[in-house]
Design a protein around this ligand. Structure first.
Ligand code: ATP
Length: 294
């Protein structure tokens, strides 16, 4: 397993510490040397050009806490792969998303995108390269148009309308000027999530990150929305964090996270055959569901 990650390490492990110290200086140089156009464009090309993601021996505790939330996690996601991250509540799934988006540095280990350590990438560019749909959709007190333009300030009304249709909100096409957010139009949980998906379409990023993106939808709507997300994601990399083990055979690989460790990894078929944690979770959710009250 280790060997397959070697290609992603730009320097020997012993030099990592030194590199960390040099990093601040390097970053300033990078900013000074950066092409001014790159910094001024509203939608710059994310760097680097490839988007393989790798976590290598990543451990993590939240600031001010000594409790390890992730414990020596290693995995690699190739461009275009569809990966599900599943596991019990509190296993550390959302923490993986936060680290990938660069909200916290790992306590140890490396996270790379396109072979580059993410802390060396412009945080804004990194986040633009990952379209995120989470359970909570934040809407600003503004029009639907403005709320959507956040994802792509250059989108025309036609682009907004096309994205709304694709996300399953065709009736919102005529409501771009309607006020949303605080004191705005009342939206259902499903409509809010579809707006988040509309944003993800408009962002047109190479990586799509779903964190319980369909959690507050009923199962039928969830299927519909997931189908749309899969269609939208096309050849893009898809990382989906989920509690619900539905349509899992649509993923190339499933990582089962337990207590901050990757307990199992494989396709739905492989994990079912392994009869471990995943298959037990799947059976519990999909088969032997006794009546709640008898
Ligand atoms: P769920 O399925 O319930 O969303 P999860 O697998 O996504 O859970 P995380 O949200 O990553 O789990 O949380 C992992 C652990 O980290 C939990 O014990 C949680 O209490 C803790 N944790 C999460 N966010 C923070 C934070 N901002 N500060 C401190 N601890 C946190």
């Amino acid at each position: 397993v280790m060997a397959s990650f070697e290609a992603f390490i730009p320097v020997p492990a012993s030099a990592l510490h030194l590199e960390k110290n040099l990093e601040a200086g390097t970053r300033i140089l990078e900013i000074i040397e950066a092409e001014p156009e790159v910094r001024q464009t509203t939608k710059p090309d994310p760097l680097p050009a490839t988007h393989d993601i790798a976590f290598r021996n990543v451990s993590f505790s939240y600031p001010g806490s000594s409790v390890p939330v992730l414990d020596d996690i290693s995995f690699r996601v190739k461009e275009g792969e569809r990966i599900a991250i599943v596991g019990p509540s509190g296993a550390g799934k959302s923490t993986i998303a936060s680290l990938l988006l660069g909200f916290y540095p790992p306590s140890s280990g490396t996270i790379t995108s396109g072979g580059k350590a993410i802390e060396r990438l412009d945080a804004d560019l990194l986040r633009r390269s990952i379209a995120t749909v989470s359970q909570e959709t934040y809407l600003f007190a503004d029009t639907i148009r403005q709320n959507l333009l956040l994802a792509n300030p250059e989108a025309t009304d036609d682009m907004l309308k096309a994205a709304l249709s694709r996300a399953g909100l065709p009736h919102f096409r005529e409501r771009l000027d309607t006020w949303a957010g605080q004191h705005g139009m009342q939206l259902s949980g499903g409509e809010r999530q579809r707006l988040a998906i509309t944003r993800a379409i408009l962002q047109d990023a190479p990586v799509m990150l779903l964190d319980e993106a369909t959690a507050n939808l009923d199962r039928i709507t969830e299927r519909e929305v997931m189908e749309k997300l899969f269609r939208i994601s096309g050849m893009k990399t898809l990382l989906s964090i989920t509690h619900r083990l539905q349509d899992m055979d649509a993923f190339d690989r499933i990582l089962v996270l337990e207590g901050g460790n990757i307990a199992e990894s494989g396709s739905h078929e492989e994990l079912m055959a392994a009869k471990g944690t995943y298959s037990a979770m799947w059976e519990l959710q999909n088969r032997s569901r006794p009546a709640l009250l008898e």
